[in-house]
Design a protein around this ligand. Sequence first.
Ligand SMILES: [Zn+2]
Length: 290
Amino acid sequence: MAKYVPDVSTNRWVIVAEGRSKRPSEAKPENVNKICVFCPGFEKIPGEELYRIGSGAPYEKGWQVRVIKNKYPITDFHEVIIHSPDDKLDLFDLPANHVELVIKAYRDRFVANSQNGHVIIFNNVGDIAGASINHPHSQLVVVPKQITLDSLSIQPIENVVLENANFVLFCPNFSQWPFEVWIAPKKTGEFFGQIEEGAISHLAQILQDALNRLLLHLSGEHPHTHPGMPMVAFKDGPDYNFYIHHGKDWYLRIIPRLVHRAGFELGTGLSVNIIDPQDAADVLREETPK
Ligand SMILES: [Zn+2]
């Protein structure tokens, strides 16, 4: 059971969840040859099945996207959204129509959980970002409504990288991390769960495009730079988080993990961003994925 602890002077909370420590860390080198319980054929092992897209009976093969309960939950409602049966392909290299299925699963699980509290959907890729199982997956955690969340509201749309019929990709002036990028719906005042069927493919497209631009730029293979702009790159393959804001006026925020937070930032709550978001937008506009 998760325990919620408030601090003495503000509205911040801590979740104490000791069960989390028991989760396996597949990312360790000694575990490379172990079976992957998120792969087809092992459906009965990892946890209660809640949802699937594709064919096949629950706990059988045939699924394309599968959602299960997290065995090592942060809170009472914690789900794992397995992106595809493929152990290697992630959102940036899956076929576009499969990324749509993942977004559909996000939407359906967001809606299914809305009455339980604040619904946060997030994705961790790479070591620094905190991924513990390599098979590409996202997670959904529900936090009770009475717990205040210390999260950002939608920022003004500035430094636009690109847009499509329903969404804008931009680098807000209030960027706390180098190369963080936000995707905002053009339709305002809605929760993520209200996304229209017709907009899902546009979200899939802009998300995949955003990830590919970041990967292209931050892999160091194809870096457009500006004079005087610091060079930043992933140390060991893709390392990023994204999350979907739980509240009204939702947005999807992608944070590449290129730097560590240090003493000054921990002690003040102030972020020091070594990349001007305006420069980030300029170079990302120039990085054109295949
Ligand atoms: Zn797998």
